[in-house]
Design a protein around this ligand. Structure first.
Ligand code: ADP
Ligand code: MG
Length: 406
């Protein structure tokens, strides 16, 4: 066994052009995946997590070359998966199995289970029909379905059973890497645990490496050795699973952890929850793209803020900039402050004077002036600079200004 990773993703990028008008001019790009790097070692299960819309599926599709990346490199077993080298691509395809979220759309309903599962064998030149049937029967056994399933049609099975069949098909060429994109998210809660257990058992038994994609950190904890956290097309943290859960470094990871439903009502509720939505990747926020939602956003230098107050002031600022505040709906400055959890007075006199002046401007109908004043006064390094991913002495990766200054 070599020491180099089985899969190595370096600066992978997928930008979709936005085309408008009759001439379909490109007016911008959706940066669905914007330079992600990570590795999957032999026998390792790596989780790729993040909220919906963060670019996980696009990442998987470009890694698998189901769609062409616009930048970066993918290496499999040290060998670049090159667009121009069709043999290398073919080898890579053969050694990689894929399972998607929805087992209901995974099969041609006119083909029997045996035909569907055997299809990759046929494509890859195993001509002996009896041999194909034997391989498929054994695999179906391995995923917990009897040989009785062979001649039935996929639609006669439940969602969980169909996902087992999809798994059998993904494994039929005996791959080294399995990519599973939200493999249990579309399934009934009652069968999710069974499928996760099956994935774990199979990966151990077959010595499989796995890239396991999920929006649910709770699920990732069950099956993964390492976790890569994505936010808006970028990797914000990468750590072994236990370390990630015990000592998360990135505020986004902390917020994701905070939003896992906790069965223990006495548990520590101080962990921040995620509020708001993932921004549009066609127009990502400047600097660290998490800063508009980040509970730990770094306050303006030179002013003093009590805990959490800068976050509240920044929320107010962003709402003014976004034209979200209608002065008619408010009954004076205190009610605006109240609506954004900004205290009645800021502890810092200078900051207070600027905020108060901006609120006067806002309520007098000069929203643009208020926005300018707030933007000049309440700035943060988090909007000015995009933090580079930094690797600490233990090999943990995090991309956060807080992490960089520690
Ligand atoms: P996830 O799997 O994490 O939910 P996706 O990879 O599906 O995220 O999507 C990431 C972003 O890329 C989303 O904003 C999505 O709308 C956008 N996107 C995905 N496919 C395309 C496409 N073909 N053209 C334009 N934008 C796309
Ligand atoms: Mg997805």
């Amino acid at each position: 066994m070599s020491d180099s990773p089985l899969l190595s993703v370096e600066g992978l990028e997928k930008h979709y052009p936005i085309q408008e008008g009759l001439l379909r001019r490109t007016t911008g790009h959706v940066k669905a995946v914007d330079g992600i790097s990570f590795e999957v070692r032999e026998g390792e299960t790596v989780g790729l997590v993040g909220e919906s819309g963060c670019g996980k599926s696009t990442g998987a599709e470009t890694i698998l070359r189901l769609s062409e990346p616009t930048g970066g490199t993918v290496r499999f077993d040290g060998e670049p998966v090159d667009d121009h080298d069709s043999e290398a691509r073919e080898r890579f395809r053969r050694r990689t199995g894929v399972v998607f979220q929805d087992p209901n759309t995974a099969f041609d309903p006119r083909m029997t289970v045996a035909e569907s599962v055997a299809e990759p064998l046929e494509i890859h030149g195993i001509d002996d029909a009896d041999r194909r049937r034997d391989i498929v029967a054994e695999l179906l056994e391995g995923v917990g379905l009897g040989a009785g399933a062979l001649d039935r049609y996929p639609d006669s099975f439940s969602g969980g059973q169909k996902q087992r069949i999809a798994l059998a098909r993904a494994l039929v060429l005996n791959p080294d890497l399995l990519v599973a994109d939200e493999p249990v998210s579309a399934l009934d809660v009652s069968v999710q645990a069974d499928i996760l257990q099956l994935l774990e058992d199979l990966s151990a038994e077959l010595g499989l490496s796995m890239l396991f994609i999920s929006h649910d950190l709770g699920v990732v904890r069950e099956v993964c050795d390492r976790v890569v956290v994505m936010y808006l097309g970028e990797v914000v943290e990468n750590a072994p699973v236990e370390e990630l859960f015990e000592n998360p470094q990135h505020p986004y990871t902390k917020a994701l952890l905070g939003s896992i439903p906790d069965p223990d009502p006495t548990a520590d509720r101080s962990r921040a929850n995620l509020t708001g939505d993932v921004p549009d990747p066609a127009d990502p926020p400047a600097g660290c793209s998490f800063h508009p939602r980040c509970p730990a956003v770094i306050p303006t230098e030179g002013y003093e803020f009590e805990d959490g107050v800068f976050r509240a002031v920044l929320d107010l600022r962003l709402a003014v900039e976004g034209g979200e505040i209608d002065p008619e709906e408010f009954d004076g400055k205190p009610s605006v402050r109240d609506a954004y959890d900004v205290p009645a007075t800021l502890t810092d006199d200078e900051a207070e004077a600027e905020l108060d002046a901006a609120l006067d401007e806002l309520l007098d109908g000069h929203a643009a002036a208020a926005a300018d004043r707030l933007a000049e006064t309440f700035t943060t390094v988090c909007e000015r600079e995009n933090p580079e991913p930094r690797t600490d002495e233990n090999g943990r990766v995090a991309a956060c200004h807080l992490h960089a200054t520690q």
